[in-house]
Design a binder for this molecule. Structure first.
Ligand code: PMP
Length: 285
């Protein structure tokens, strides 16, 4: 059976799941999205994702024509219709079809839900860790387009990603307008120095990752000290351990940045503990 995509209330075959070229999501990147996972048939951290989706929509003055409860039900319906127990869910709200001008006034928002598989990085990198670079592309100024909005406009991140690919690595760290560490192109950043887990604050030009927040909670459970603080690139260069988090990426160790080897060049003991706790939690809670 063809993959079923949820589009404005109907399930349609993947090849028929199409949006208009007059949709402002396509014309202007006008819209918001979420990336969610289902593990063992359960929508993972559903409330946090749905809440962030509605917050992103509010920030761009987009009214989602559906309640959060109905949205969650539609996500569950899409996963079930495709008989997935484990999958990645892409939920997008576009501004909808309008005319060729910028004004969204006459647009009627459109909702799309895709459930499919995703693998962001090669499997062996999860065991051995990956090399990354710092990008020359800085994060959008928060007063231009806040990184806290998960908008359909990811050009900022894409330019950094291209730079990573050019350098032969899968990821890049983006600094913010003040030169401090923000995040990777689609993941949050964690470093460990002398046993303390550190991650940039929500004011540092990051998306407040659902996985990030879970990792902070898991650290508390594991009695590992963890703090949100402003980090400079130097903190990454001298880190004992380093990992990235995201719904798509899950938890992936970093072993080299800008030619500097992180710790011993292999995923460290604290990272391994956190990784293990993460995988246990997503299955069992
Ligand atoms: N930062 C950016 C820019 C992202 O797009 C994402 C989501 N892929 C993340 C961080 C991680 O957020 P989450 O853990 O909620 O997926």
């Amino acid at each position: 059976m063809a993959l079923q995509i949820w589009m404005d209330g109907k399930l349609v075959d993947k090849e028929n799941a199409k949006v208009s070229v007059y949709d402002h999501g396509l014309l202007y990147g006008d819209g918001v999205f979420e990336g969610i996972r289902a593990y063992s048939g359960r929508i993972f951290e559903a409330d946090a994702h749905i809440q962030r989706l509605y917050a992103s929509a509010k920030a761009i003055r987009l009214t989602i024509p559906m309640s959060p409860a109905d949205m969650l039900a539609a996500v569950e319906q899409t996963v079930k219709a495709n008989h997935f127990t484990d999958c990645y869910i892409r939920l997008l709200i576009t501004r909808g079809v309008g005319n060729l001008g910028l004004s969204p006034v006459n647009c009627l928002p459109s909702i799309v839900i895709i459930a499919d598989q995703i693998q962001l990085y090669p499997k062996e990198m999860y065991e051995k860790g990956m090399s990354i670079i710092t990008s020359s592309v800085i994060r959008n100024h928060p007063n231009a387009l806040s990184a806290r909005i998960k908008s359909l406009n990811y050009l900022n991140n894409i330019l950094a990603k291209i730079e990573a690919i050019d350098a032969g690595v899968p990821e890049a760290v983006m600094l913010n307008h003040e030169g401090n560490v923000a995040e990777a192109t689609a993941d949050n950043i964690f470093v460990i120095q002398q046993g303390v887990v550190m991650t940039p604050t929500t004011s540092d030009g990051i998306l407040e990752g659902v996985t990030r927040n879970l990792i902070l909670r898991l650290c508390e459970r594991l009695n590992i000290p963890a703090v949100e603080k402003v980090l400079q690139r130097h903190d990454l260069y001298v880190a004992d351990e380093f990992f990235l988090t995201g719904t798509g990426a899950e938890v992936i160790p970093v072993i080299k940045i800008d030619g500097r080897v992180v710790g011993d060049g292999v995923p460290g003991p604290v990272t391994k503990r956190i990784l293990e706790a993460f995988h246990k939690y997503v299955r069992a809670g």
